[in-house]
Design a protein around this ligand. Sequence first.
Ligand code: ADP
Ligand code: MG
Length: 325
Amino acid sequence: ATPTALMVGTGRGAQLGILIRGPEVLESTRRVDTIVLDKTGTVTAGRMTLAGITTAPGEDRDEVLRLAGALESASEHPIAQAITKAATERGAATERGGAAERGAGPGSAAGAGSVADAGSVAGLPGIEGFAGIEGLGVQGVVDGRAVLVGRPRLLAEASQHLPVELERAVAEALARGETAVAVGWDGKARAVLTVADVVKPTSAEAIARLKRLGLRPVLLTGDNQAVAENVAASVGVPVEDVIADVLPAGKVDVVKRLQAEGRVVAMAGDGVNDAAALAQADLGMAMGTGTDVAIEASDLTLVRGDLRVAADAIRLSRRTLRTIK
Ligand code: ADP
Ligand code: MG
């Protein structure tokens, strides 16, 4: 392979919106036969919105949203952003609407929350001792309460067992393909928030193109099986190639396992939790819209975060190397 021809290939890559770490990357790009796709932020937009709140008996919706929103303001996770945004908007609406909002039906989040404490985000209380629990949730002290927000499993493991009302909310969220996030403080589960993400409009076409290039797509996520299967069905990934409920540290093991089966593995991801898997893959592809950690761990960056460009990258490398040989 002549260096000049390889550089031409990488120059064309830049035009397509692909940043290539070095010309040697094209060789592994050409050989990949499997592409592992992170779900959140890669196949889906990763811009979640709060879809619902279910409180345990006696709990106040606004209080739940205020404490959870404050805590999540310290996290960069798309789920966290959705919760903080809803809490901020709710706080502003309550301040504007005042008493008129109170006493509304169960479908609304009426009540307290009009006090704007000095916090990291306007209208939300400040936090102390924040800690992210990778792939599970967040914890910290808000308004003197030890708050935990994350997967229902995280709360259960902290002995904050979900009462039947909340268990039902979790099951219903799963059936709708939404993600359920539990909120608890001071040793007790208080509410379940549900968040929904949207599949990127380009994902189905991208996966169809990757399949036409002979690649086997695998959907990999820390999210639950039901949500993952829903997304897989809408983008054309077969259900047997859905790998869900994987902790961040487990993502790299999935890539290793596929490699041990003799596969040449590309991985596309965006998150901090994808970095090790991106580095382990024969070809790591980061979404340009993703975190710096993911970009640094990758061989290629898809500048606009458009997965169709992953197919372009593979076609380009095959063509470039054919020209050289
Ligand atoms: P993915 O692999 O889809 O990008 P992650 O590994 O980042 O997902 O997260 C897995 C799960 O952990 C999420 O679906 C969510 O239930 C929970 N989780 C992670 N971070 C947070 C957070 N900041 N707040 C609430 N839940 C979280
Ligand atoms: Mg992700």
